[in-house]
Write a protein that binds this ligand. Structure first.
Ligand code: IMP
Length: 504
């Protein structure tokens, strides 16, 4: 006979946190939001930690190159969507990895004999305004000079002229030699008031470039998530169908973190795919997966599939109709708490800590905070990021307001890709697991995330914590009745009429 669980399926909005003693050192400026991504021995550090506990969903309407760059610069990662060709996903990862920071390989190079038109074409293609001139036009050729868009006028100069007549030649270019530290390189830029510093090999070949704008960016984004070579950390969604081709291409492009994108990850498909990736790439790349909503699912993905982190959540996503269509799922708070409990039991038994990601259904900042208090190590969100300037969709005006389209990976619009490949493969009738809609535009990732994290830091201080581990340890939660939810809103006052009332 079917088993009925004793507990009700609960959601985040049914809980509130009870404050604990706030000591004088519990100030938002002292709070660290660093959180592990990969499983690790208890007491040791994870191979990779995020600087903020937030990642984006792997969805067409959410995470492309721009989101990857924006989120890594804030300290998290965006999982670049896998419902696209392997080549285009790998190209997005390569772009994120080559974005900036420190010593970068020169992407735009010309020969001295190239024409200004050739140079303009390169500048337009790459978007770069500084181009290295090398003997053979390659990024490791003998360095001859530098040319920037300030050295010629597109509509005044003869575009058939040669670059060598306009460039600043090597003997006049301030440069460094391989071995110079980033600090020394930045100091040279500062001292000589330059925008870019070429770094050369002892034999005069070009090695890399250091840019002033990267230094400024870094100062403005102190939580930026960088790899050991000072490149942004990049993440990608993968599936259990084409991983044998997709994963090697992503690793080649420099991906750091992978995550299986599936509405139900408690499967032998995920185990087989994960073990293949692990055997092939070992610790070179972090591999997470899911989604699960039970202790049993968690154990399987950790013990059998050997995943580095586990995602929790079925049916809670804002565009998700999995529960209605298939009758599977669980209230996100209940699912998360059961999996966290099992994770903690596993840590006690085996001495290994497995990070947990709460995925989907986070409708506001409070729910993100409650998810973290309940023991998530980081949260994954789709709608939240689909609403930002950096999501890859165009803005549309509807009745005078600005929106962006947002659709589920299981909707008709996206379904002809791997996650729902069976449906696509045949022409028989199929059902959708996601819907297609619009969300309002809210601003840049930087702005919205800034506010969310400010609230999270404040709540952590209310609970006497300055690390996320302390936050979970100190968390005492209470279930709220419908009446107390009502009490939590404004009450017994006549509120000045809100212009936004019709948004509700
Ligand atoms: P949101 O943050 O509430 O918008 O939820 C985003 C999450 O919903 C994703 O990270 C996925 O786990 C899940 N998801 C994405 N597309 C679909 C779909 O079409 N059906 C069901 N779940 C989806």
């Amino acid at each position: 006979m079917a088993k009925i669980l004793d507990d009700l399926s609960r959601t985040f909005s049914e809980y509130l946190l009870i404050p604990r003693l706030t000591r004088k050192e519990h100030l938002p400026k002292n709070v660290s939001l660093v959180t592990p991504v990969a499983s690790h021995k208890v007491g040791e550090a994870s191979r990779l930690s995020l600087n903020i506990p937030v990642v984006s969903a792997s969805m067409q309407a959410v995470a492309g190159t721009e989101m990857g760059i924006a989120l890594a610069r804030q300290g998290g990662v965006a999982f670049v969507f896998c419902s696209q060709s392997i080549e285009s996903q790998a190209a997005m990862i390569a772009k994120i990895k080559s974005h900036k920071a420190g010593f970068v390989r020169s992407d735009s190079n010309v020969k001295p004999s190239a024409t200004l038109q050739d140079l303009l074409d390169i500048m337009k293609k790459t978007g770069h305004s500084t181009v290295a001139v090398t003997e053979d036009g390659s990024n490791t050729g003998r360095f001859m000079g530098i040319i920037t868009d300030k050295d010629f006028w597109e509509f005044e100069d003869d575009l058939n002229s040669k670059v060598q007549g306009y460039m600043t030649p090597k003997d006049k270019v301030i440069h460094g030699l391989v071995g110079i530290t980033l600090k020394e390189a930045n100091h040279l830029l500062y001292k000589h008031k330059k925008e870019a510093l070429p770094v050369l090999e002892a034999d005069g070949r070009l090695n890399s470039l250091v840019f002033k704008k990267d230094y400024v960016d870094h100062i403005n984004n102190p939580l930026e998530l960088l790899d050991s070579r000072k490149r942004l950390v990049a993440a990608a969604g993968i599936n259990t169908h084409d991983y044998k081709e997709r994963v090697p291409a992503l690793v080649e492009a420099g991906v750091d973190v992978l995550s299986f994108d599936s509405s139900d990850g408690f499967s032998e498909f995920q185990k087989e795919a994960s073990l293949w990736v692990k055997e092939r790439f070992g610790d070179k790349v972090i591999v997470g997966g899911g989604n699960v909503v039970s202790a049993e699912g968690f154990r399987y993905l950790v013990e059998e599939a050997k995943l580095d982190f586990v995602k929790v959540g079925i049916g809670g996503g804002s565009i998700c109709i999995t529960r209605e269509q298939k009758g599977i799922g669980r209230g996100q708070a209940s699912a998360l708490m059961e999996v966290v409990e099992e994770r903690n039991r596993y840590a006690r038994e085996k001495g290994v800590y497995v990070p947990i990601c709460s995925d989907g259904g986070l409708a506001n900042d409070t729910q993100i905070i409650i998810a973290m208090a309940m023991g998530a190590d980081f949260v994954m969100m789709g709608r939240y990021f689909a609403m930002t300037d950096e999501s890859p969709t165009p803005r549309v005006s509807i009745k005078g307001r600005i929106y962006k389209p947002y659709w589920g990976e299981g909707s008709n619009r996206a379904r002809n890709w791997q996650r729902y490949v069976d449906d696509q493969a045949s022409s028989r009738l199929h059902f959708e697991e996601g819907v297609d809609g619009y969300v309002p535009v809210v601003g840049s990732v930087n702005e919205v995330l800034g506010l969310t994290l400010e609230k999270m830091r404040a709540s952590m201080c209310n609970l006497g914590s300055i690390t996320l581990a302390e936050f979970t340890q100190n968390a005492v939660l209470t279930l709220v009745s419908e009446q107390s939810i009502e009490e939590g809103g404004t009450s017994n006052i006549i509120q000045v009429e809100s212009k936004f009332d019709d948004d509700k």
